[in-house]
Write a protein that binds this ligand. Structure first.
Ligand SMILES: NC(=O)c1ccc[n+]([C@@H]2O[C@H](COP(=O)([O-])OP(=O)(O)OC[C@H]3O[C@@H](n4cnc5c(N)ncnc54)[C@H](O)[C@@H]3O)[C@@H](O)[C@H]2O)c1
Length: 312
């Protein structure tokens, strides 16, 4: 099978080399001429155990090509992987300019049907933006009808074990899951939420101290359940004291205190009357400074926020 990888960085190079090793003909594109020259000269810009050997044998076999030629990269394959960088923007959100530039290039040059696979780490809804960018380019050149699909295939490799992660994915993930595109985008987002989430430390400490915890998260509950089971592998019985609620108000029912550890919009304007009625005592520890102390005072809620003292 012919495959194009757009962005020959960490993810793109490992994915491209490993897909070539499975017998595919892989065209790795990058806009960085120096990187492509290095690869074509036999160099490898990153160190990953086993990667150099895989690249060498697949280049020798004629299954792996490195180039800056955008038109040829689009023509090469009906499957186009986008693996460009998505650095944090000024406000911390992912900068999609490289993803959308890659999408526009596909739209500008495609002459047959394509499956565009987004491997870059992107927010939910990006597949729609990628589709729009491709459609815009097709419309601009009044192309005869060409169809394409956009797929989200988020990457979970770990640097230092990337080849191993690619070749033995079942070691790291329960199984391959097929889902709709927005769910796939959510999966990566949730995994990133949970990797360094303060809630992970807080929930674990509370359970070890003997508390019963009811947690709610609109996106990351399943991932939270998974990582907390790992965190408490030495004391699995404590997981009996952890429950996940399907609605925020369900989580606070009968609670002695509420801890806010993430700032979903859905938590910004609760029904204070219902919240106070549901809790044993209306005490909120707010790790995200979601609320105004004066508003809490007016609502009769004892409110402890970061750097804003104790109110109420
Ligand atoms: N590195 C990791 O461990 C890792 C793990 C999981 C997910 N990811 C995600 O995968 C994506 C890629 O990460 P990375 O570490 O490989 O990035 P990287 O910076 O190593 O590589 C990105 C490459 O894309 C190239 N590029 C940019 N715009 C391009 C364009 N329009 N056409 C062709 N090439 C273009 C850049 O020159 C660069 O070589 C990011 O979204 C990242 O968050 C990375």
């Amino acid at each position: 099978m012919n495959i194009t990888i757009i962005g020959t960085g960490y993810v793109g190079l490992v994915t491209g080399a490993c897909l070539a090793d499975l017998g595919n003909h892989v065209f790795c594109l990058d806009v960085d001429q120096a990187k492509i020259d290095l690869l074509n000269g036999g160099g490898v810009p990153i160190y990953e155990p086993g990667l150099k050997e895989i690249i060498e044998r697949n280049v020798d076999a004629g299954r792996l090509t490195f180039s800056t030629d955008i038109q040829s990269s689009v023509a090469h394959a009906s499957v186009q992987f986008i693996a460009v960088g998505t650095p944090p923007d000024e406000d911390g959100s992912a900068d999609l300019q490289y993803v959308l530039a890659a999408a526009r290039n596909i739209g500008r040059h495609m002459t047959d049907d394509k499956v565009v696979v987004d491997k870059s780490t992107v927010p939910v809804g990006t597949a729609d933006k990628v589709s729009a960018a491709i459609n815009q380019e097709l419309a601009a050149r009044a192309a005869t009808p060409i169809t394409f699909s956009v797929v989200s295939n988020p990457e979970f490799l770990k640097e230092g074990a990337a080849v191993e992660d690619f070749t033995r994915p079942d070691r790291n993930h329960e199984r391959t899951r097929v889902m709709d595109v927005k769910s796939a985008e959510f999966t990566k987002y949730a995994a990133n939420d949970m990797r360094d989430a303060p809630s992970r430390v807080i929930v674990q400490a509370l359970l070890r101290a003997g508390a019963r915890v009811h947690a709610h998260d609109p996106v990351a509950a399943e991932e939270a359940r998974r990582v907390l089971a790992l965190d408490l592998a030495d004391a699995p019985a404590l997981l009996q004291n952890l429950q996940f609620a399907t609605k925020p108000m369900q989580a606070v029912q009968g609670a002695d205190a509420l801890i806010i550890a993430t700032e979903w919009k859905a938590y910004r304007s609760p029904n204070w009357t219902a919240l106070k009625a549901a809790m044993k005592a209306p005490i909120i520890f707010d790790g995200r400074n979601l609320y105004e102390p004066q508003e809490m005072k007016d609502n009769g809620v004892q409110y402890v926020a970061i750097g804003r003292g104790n109110h109420g």
